[in-house]
Design a protein around this ligand. Structure first.
Ligand SMILES: Cc1cc2nc3c(=O)[nH]c(=O)nc-3n(C[C@H](O)[C@H](O)[C@H](O)COP(=O)(O)OP(=O)(O)OC[C@H]3O[C@@H](n4cnc5c(N)ncnc54)[C@H](O)[C@@H]3O)c2cc1C
Length: 482
């Protein structure tokens, strides 16, 4: 085998990959970041409703099967910055209790605590420029009329303060990619800091197919193989291809190297996938809604400890797209103008049957076998939470419509290479290192043991920074090999 060309390879440039690459380069490692997709265009098309929403131009076309063999196309994004280019920029920390187990809700504990993550949360918030925004009048009025024990907190948003001066960007950040750079995300806020750095190479349109192991010791990873046949060597490889993709890369390698049955982790690859139980809700009133920046608060209720609601960052035109297509176009627009959109999410627990399975051979499709009936506590809470919020809005004078997000809604997918103390029940240890293997780390949403009641990105950025921080310190201390 030739000498390593880099100190580290990072696979994937989303939240986890960008944060990891940043800290490694800062720590003096020579890093190559391999990204399957390309840079997004900056011609305005990423803000265009027709192209983004109706044509799905920037979404993956990869066909999967669900657990019953039906076709499904997960809403994944393959581009520099990953899904963070498209996210709604709500960057919340998990609560201290969300690092602990909750057996009733099928939630397993993290091998780290909130205190362990604290410095990395802070660093991620600094890098992403997280801040609070004022609540605008329509939302303030709705909140004021909500009866019951609803608790309202401002959402930390990774948006530039001047976004409110740009109507298009302010109403198109949730589900769209900023052209003016007004949203903090993995590419614009983190990778841009590395551009031109001699220790950093970003290779786009570079899809990793599998890992490369040491000839005499296949549990030691020494590089990667791309789909175009290229081989790149480094003593440390960081998987950050996202929760639907990293387990397929690792699973493929274990199968090829004959390690799947030898290593205890083989039994857990791809299992315990979590997606959040998600519902979009439209609240219709008699009055026009004119708020510009809408996603400024998170709403919770003490009776529903695993759930939260956020307003959708959408304006009327986008809300109209959520109204059933059977309703005439004109009416949909009217509804859009008089509505506020909300997004309800409930933490789903872990069940090993909820899993990602890689294609068994080239001709097959990957499988996303996920059924919320396997996490009945979450399913019950989500239904009750949705009803309670609808009821509160009804009492406040709103007519509500809901739409459950289906299996293709993989925005918050996580937990498919879960971290934990023991190889007998998890894939990755508290340092992000794969149990029983050398030179291999996981730094994306795959590691999350719990999905929590809020959005996952800040925790993924923080995990990437934390894992890379330790490796960078070891590197500085002279441990040049993983
Ligand atoms: C519309 C939308 C709204 C969202 N809103 C929020 C929000 O408000 N707040 C929040 O916290 N989260 C939000 N999310 C979720 C958030 O974007 C994800 O949780 C986060 O981006 C996941 O980070 P990751 O590093 O695990 O994966 P990703 O960000 O998906 O990055 C994975 C990267 O790996 C690349 N890749 C995949 N396979 C390969 C391969 N074989 N070789 C090389 N590269 C590969 C992909 O192209 C991608 O760039 C939202 C997501 C969407 C889609």
């Amino acid at each position: 085998m030739n000498a390593p060309q880099y100190d580290a390879i990072v696979i994937g440039s989303g939240a986890g990959g960008a944060a990891t690459a940043y800290r490694l380069v800062q720590g003096g490692l020579k890093v190559i970041l391999l990204e399957k997709g390309d840079h997004l265009p900056v011609d305005g098309s990423t803000l265009d409703i027709q192209r983004v929403v109706h044509e799905g131009k920037f979404l993956s076309r990869e066909i999967w099967k669900d657990g019953r063999g039906r076709s499904v196309c997960p809403e994944e994004h393959f581009n520099v910055g990953g899904k963070t280019k498209w996210y709604g920029a709500a960057l919340l920390r998990f609560g201290a209790h969300e690092f602990q187990a909750d057996s009733v809700h099928q939630c397993t504990s993290w091998p780290v605590s909130l205190a362990d993550m604290e410095p990395y949360y802070q660093e991620a918030e600094r890098l992403l420029g997280v801040r609070l925004f004022d609540t605008e009048p329509n939302l303030a009025d709705i909140l004021c009329r909500l009866k019951g024990k609803w608790d309202v907190e401002p959402i930390p948003l990774s948006l530039a303060p001047c976004i409110t001066a740009d109507r298009v960007e302010a109403t198109h950040f949730d589900g769209f990619a900023s052209v003016a750079g007004l949203k903090g995300e993995a590419d614009g806020s983190i990778l841009s800091l590395l551009r031109g750095h001699p220790g950093f190479t970003l290779s786009v349109n570079a899809e990793v197919f599998s890992l490369l192991g040491h000839a005499a010791s296949p549990a030691t990873i020494v590089g990667v193989e791309l789909t175009d046949g290229r081989r790149i060597l480094a003593p440390r490889v960081f998987l950050a291809a996202g929760a639907l993709h990293s387990p397929r890369i690792l699973g493929r390698y274990l199968e090829f190297a004959g390690l799947g049955k030898l290593l205890p982790i083989g039994a857990h690859i791809g299992r315990n996938v979590k997606l959040h139980l998600l519902t979009a809700l439209i609240a219709l009133s008699g009055r026009s809604m004119t708020d510009l920046l809408r996603k400024t608060v998170v709403i919770t209720h003490e009776q529903f400890g695993h759930s939260s609601v956020q307003p959708l960052g959408f304006d009327s035109e986008l809300i109209a797209t959520l109204v059933p297509k059977a309703v005439p176009e004109y009416l949909r627009r009217q509804v859009g103008r008089r509505s506020y959109g909300f997004f309800l999410q409930t933490e789903d627990g872990s069940d090993p049957r909820n899993r990602v399975i890689g294609a068994i051979n080239g001709a097959d499709h990957p499988v996303l076998d996920y059924d919320e009936d396997r996490t009945p506590s979450a399913a019950r809470e989500h239904k009750a939470f949705t009803r309670a919020f609808q009821w509160a809005l009804a009492k406040a004078g709103f007519l509500t419509f809901t739409r459950r997000i289906g299996l293709n809604g993989t925005a918050h997918a996580c937990g498919s290479l879960v971290c934990g103390e023991h190889a007998s029940s998890s894939v990755v240890d508290r340092h992000g290192q794969v149990h029983g293997m050398a030179g291999l780390y996981v730094v994306d949403g795959s590691v999350l043991p719990r999905s929590s009641r809020v959005n996952p990105s800040l925790t993924i950025y923080a995990w990437g920074l934390r894992v890379a921080d330790r490796v960078a310190k070891q590197f500085a201390g002279g441990f040049r090999h993983a």
